[in-house]
Design a protein around this ligand. Sequence first.
Ligand SMILES: Nc1ncnc2c1ncn2[C@@H]1O[C@H](COP(=O)(O)OP(=O)(O)OP(=O)(O)O)[C@@H](O)[C@H]1O
Ligand SMILES: [Mg+2]
Length: 296
Amino acid sequence: MTMAKSASLATTLPVTAQMPRHAESGRPDAAAAQSDRAARIGGVILDMQNISLAFGGVKALTDISFDVREHEIRAIIGPNGAGKSSLLNVISGVYTPQQGAIVFKGDRYARMTPRRAAEMGIARTFQNLALFKGMSVLDNIMTGRNLRMKCGILAQALRIGPAAREETRHREFVENIIDFLEIQAYRKTPVGRLPYGLQKRVDLGRALAMEPRMLLLDEPMAGMNIEEKQDMSRFILDVNDEFGTTIVLIEHDMGVVMDISDRVVVLDYGKKIGDGEPAQVRANDEVIRAYLGVAH
Ligand SMILES: Nc1ncnc2c1ncn2[C@@H]1O[C@H](COP(=O)(O)OP(=O)(O)OP(=O)(O)O)[C@@H](O)[C@H]1O
Ligand SMILES: [Mg+2]
């Protein structure tokens, strides 16, 4: 299984070569855009300290420490089963680590809960899509607004008084997300009828509807063709640029990682074996042995 994904690493993707975003904004190239972004990167917003997580005898994460800076795109890479999704699940409160602490905006937590993470502005997408296939694109993205709805479920269902006004406001917000993600043509389409690449985009829209300060993306480009990957890369960069959202991204395609991330954490068998800027990580011997070996 490791081999299958490793093999795809050998093919790098020239995402930046064809991204219209930079041309439109008059910027000469992706490197300039990346340095614009680097200038905006702030202090540490999330600090994971010595996190260990086991399932019975399986050590999913062993003593992992790393930080995420405000406004950066932080990639997590590693072979299958390395612990990448587990790490996102610890950040979003789905898994409770046996050891370690999570410091978010200076507050220290031994564990996160999904509710607390959401309230603190942490939103996520899922490796395996968790959308309601029979519901429309618009209604799926609306589910991301739930936490922000003040009126009770009953008032919402009956659409009475303030609930009706509130619903209108939220719908407007969702329509803006739909425009931003360029999926206007599908707003009423049941999500299950859309091609996979567009479903991933809807999942991103659902997370954006939470107006997150930090967005956790678990393989947002898995199973996509090159064109779909280019689109998704552009949307991730645009979210980061336009909304200033901090992004933690699990991705197997090294071309994408090299192109859009500011710093990269490398996991292998639940341990951290590399951490740094993309070029540094790519040159790290241990990383090459564990993960990039086939490319050399
Ligand atoms: N809920 C769970 N119960 C038991 N074991 C689990 C659970 N979640 C993850 N694991 C185990 O923890 C280890 C890390 O899994 P994880 O899903 O975090 O890896 P990953 O790096 O995301 O892999 P992939 O690239 O395949 O998505 C694996 O051995 C996995 O089997
Ligand atoms: Mg995973």
